[in-house]
Design a protein around this ligand. Structure first.
Ligand SMILES: Nc1ncnc2c1ncn2[C@@H]1O[C@H](COP(=O)(O)OP(=O)(O)OP(=O)(O)O)[C@@H](O)[C@H]1O
Length: 274
């Protein structure tokens, strides 16, 4: 008689590896992050610790997944596998802000700029008094000289991006993600917004993750430069850069800045050629 196996033996999934927390001072812990696009791995079993109260610049070869990384951490793109925790909490329990490269599509065109900035506060159910107080604080800290009653499309690119950053910061996020926030701006506006961002960072200590194509900008703002490999993407190196803040035009010619930039460039070139 032929023995026929009707039900194959039950094989439970292998147990998930134990979650290993990051070192003291870690804000975002990423473990076993896996993401495939069209059957091709972009990230596979990727681990990373992002420190709290620091600016981390993400830099790496074209298409290595810089934007996808911050989009996965911020929940804009789903992950295939892995775990991402913010101070041990899930994304749902964490307040985050996001600044897009394309500010023209980031604002609601039917709302005045001031209402765009107030929008996340209203979503949180803040009273008119609380909203007005927070808006006043933001206007003061960004030294806003333009009319926020105008619609976004009536303002310059730099003014729109300033307003986008104000909106992202309005609810006092625990983490701010910025995807090439300066790449569509002229140099003067880039310098202005970069300084404002640095001032806000000094005042609030908000953890920030910044994707940048510009190595000078990436290093200038960073406490850590996260240098990535080509895909399947790994951490090539994490470069710590500790010049005191506020960093100024003089910083750009300091030996430590030049050394950090040179080293980052060497790692980048090594990875591009690999
Ligand atoms: N929705 C998608 N479907 C398929 N492939 C995708 C998708 N999104 C991104 N990719 C691919 O994943 C890779 C990483 O994209 P991503 O935009 O994150 O890289 P990046 O490092 O930010 O790129 P760049 O340096 O060009 O700004 C690229 O090869 C891209 O083509």
């Amino acid at each position: 008689m032929n023995a026929r196996v009707v039900n194959p033996p039950f094989e439970p999934d292998p147990p998930a590896p134990p979650f290993i927390p990051g070192p003291t001072g870690t804000h975002i812990t990423i473990r076993g992050l896996t993401k495939f696009f069209a059957g091709w791995p972009l990230y596979e079993d990727f681990d990373l610790d992002i420190p709290k109260g620091k600016i981390v610049s993400v830099f790496g070869p074209n298409g290595c997944g810089k934007s996808t990384l911050i989009n996965m951490i911020s929940g804009l793109i789903p992950i295939d596998q892995g775990e991402i925790l913010f101070d041990g909490k899930s994304l749902k329990e964490t307040k985050i802000g996001y600044v897009f490269q394309n500010y023209r599509e980031a604002m609601f065109p039917w709302m005045r700029t001031i209402d765009n900035i107030a929008y996340p506060l209203k979503l949180e159910g803040k009273s008119k008094r609380e909203v007005d107080r927070r808006l006043e604080e933001l206007v003061a800290s960004f030294d806003v000289k333009f009319d926020l009653k105008r619609y976004p499309y009536e303002m310059s690119g730099g003014q729109q991006q300033t307003a986008s950053i104000m909106r992202a910061l309005a609810p006092n996020p625990e983490v701010l993600f910025l995807d090439e926030p300066f790449s569509a701006l002229d140099y003067e506006m880039t310098l202005f917004i970069r300084e404002k961002l640095q001032e806000v960072f000094i005042a609030t200590g908000t953890t920030m993750m910044l994707v940048s194509h510009d190595l000078e900008e990436a290093v200038y703002l960073a406490d850590e430069v996260l240098l990535l490999t080509k895909r399947p993407t790994k951490v090539a190196e994490i470069l710590r850069y500790g010049d005191p803040r506020p960093r100024t035009v003089e910083t750009l010619t300091s030996p430590s800045f030049i050394a950090a930039k040179k080293h980052s460039l060497e790692v980048f070139q090594r990875e591009v050629r690999r």
